[in-house]
Design a protein around this ligand. Structure first.
Ligand code: 5GP
Ligand code: ZN
Length: 115
């Protein structure tokens, strides 16, 4: 999608520090890390948010959640101590980039509830 910064990152039109990539998914370090480990995991195809997900993305989301996220958590060394996966969605959810992304945060103890 034109003018989407995460589509541009997926297409390598904007540089990023990529930590994982396959045909469907790319993960890269957040520009403003909120934890020692903070990566963003996104589908390469443009989907706005969790609210727009549907049956069409079943295979993609199964891959992202059941294969990519656990592998990334392990590779980044946070699988044993724990980590957080966050999908800010829409205005009240605090979403600032309109391309579906999952924050993977770890390397420190997290607080609850989030702000
Ligand atoms: P949101 O607020 O939508 O949940 O998360 C957007 C995230 O994208 C923020 O944590 C922000 O730091 C990150 N971000 C915004 N622009 C860029 C960018 O150009 N490159 C990278 N690597 N991260 C970005
Ligand atoms: Zn996009």
């Amino acid at each position: 999608m034109a003018d989407c910064i995460f589509c541009k990152i997926a297409n390598k039109e904007i540089p990023s520090t990529v930590v994982y990539e396959d045909e469907q998914v790319i993960a890269f370090k957040d520009l403003e890390p909120q934890a020692p480990v903070h990566v963003l995991v996104i589908p390469k195809t443009h989907v706005q948010s969790v609210a727009e997900l549907g049956a069409e993305q079943k295979e993609l989301m199964g891959h992202l959640f059941c294969e990519v996220l656990p592998k990334l958590a392990k590779d980044l060394g946070v699988d044993e101590k724990g980590f957080r996966v966050v999908a800010n969605t829409g205005a009240d959810g605090g979403q600032t980039v309109g391309h579906l992304h999952f924050h993977l945060l770890g390397g420190r103890s997290m607080q609850w509830p989030p702000g």
